[in-house]
Design a protein around this ligand. Sequence first.
Ligand code: SF4
Length: 590
Amino acid sequence: MKYCNNTIKYSRWKTQEVKIGNINIGGNNPIRLQSMSSCRPMDTEANVQQAIRIIEAGGELVRFTAPQVKDAANLEFISKGIREKGFDTPLVADIHFKPDAALMAASFVEKVRINPGNYAELTTSKINYTQEEYANSLAHIETKFQVLMEKCKQNNVALRIGSNHGSLSQRIMDRHGDTPKGMVEAAMEYLFIAIKHNFYNIVISMKSSNIRVMVQAYRLLSIRMREEGMNFPLHLGVTEAGDGEDGRIKSAAGIGALLEDGLGDTIRVSLTEDPELEIPVAKIIADRFQNRTSVNTIDIITVPYDPIDYKRRETKVVNHIGGNSEITVLSYDWKLGLEGDNITFRKRGGNSSEKPFIKLKQYLQSTNDNDNSFVGVTYNDFVNGKILDIDKQANIILVFEDDTENSVQCFRSMFFHLINIGVDFPVILKHKYEFINEVDLQINAAIDFGALLVDGLGDGIWIENNGNISEKRINEISLGILQATRCRITKTDFISCPSCGRTLYNIQEATAVIKSKTSHLKGLKIAIMGCIVNGPGEMADADYGYVGAGPNKINLYKGKKVIAKGIPQSNAVESLIELIKEHGDWVDPK
Ligand code: SF4
């Protein structure tokens, strides 16, 4: 039986230590926090100032984009500026497409990130590779990559091999598609080359704006590395997570789900906000795990379902909950009528009790007809075998209750037990948060519920608190978690990049305006991206794209197809709305 195993202690998957300047990542080191400058690469002073704000907020690594060789060369002066101000924080160069820029950057920074999707491909348009063509392409990559590794060895520079969903090479997509497997195999090719050349100073990432894809990719990567006897540290992140509450919830759910798996050595929360604002969010996420004491971790390889393929747990339908019904948001005694379909009920004994909520012990002692009841069960009910006393034919909804720091692991154990004994009651996930502020609630609830929802576990969520946060806000946060995990769509989905030195327009302002005008378009996915170099690929499955194309110039996309080019930013939001109208996706706000 694979449940309630108290002998498995919480631990991160033990990766090898990688030295980056004056810090180490992986092994027993703390989860490192990092962010990235969004200033133009040649604006040395702006980069220095922003890097210092990131460092003073608690950032332990700072990354800079270097699109061209001259930008990589300017890292010398950015680095000097930061060092002269007394900061020795390791600096990272972010390189796409230009092996020469990577080579230049390795003279001035402590780590270089390359994207295996575009580092040194021979061609970007070819399809249907023969074995020989594929091998030739890889040989070309090895030649370029070997030179970079030699330079990194000489200068004690680390590398990050960073796969991104949406920017895989045509060669990889030819074989594996734009999938978690493609993301993993793209990185594995580089790892095999690195090991062949005795280079081990490497960190890996597998980012996506879709947190299911992101979680599956990192899990698959850890499985593939274990198969090959590798244990490179993992850099976690959700790309294009957006801003505000949505961005925080999306990042926490994706990063937190993996940390609950015991995977992850360094994290970056990507928000379409000033980068120093990412660090406090990253800190809340990381602290939750760094400060943990006695908890279990379940090895994802042992779970009774496929951790690399999303499938909602099969349940019977009780009182419109479970089966293929929409995931429900529950609360005590609250009726706003939002969406008109939230299940609401009052405490047992309240004067308008609709559906009783009773503890398992009472349920088992009762002689009444308890069909449609919500039955609260705890981890101890499972440990003590009490769950086996419920008649499998009963029509009840289980409410998993646990308020500890270890609720994800407890609930996972409880689900595994239900799956293993073939019990198909729908399950509501319930967690009570006492005296918590809104941001802490957003982040912790996103992890507590998101880590289960990404695996198809749970038919409803129920956040309770001591009353310091309104039920209306709790409902909005609950729906935000369901949206981020793609379990239930109640509003427009915004995919917006954090911006970087490639962004040549005011993306924060544009994001705010677009959100204010289109956030009523339920179910529509709108991407707001900083540049046409990586934006179109990484906006994933967005329905519409608003992408920076030059100084204050915007390209508009319908799906992956560019529809209008070079629109001045001042007209671009109106043009986007026109485009949405032309395709019949517009409704007037109520
Ligand atoms: S999509 Fe955004 S974050 Fe990514 S490279 Fe372009 S501007 Fe930078």
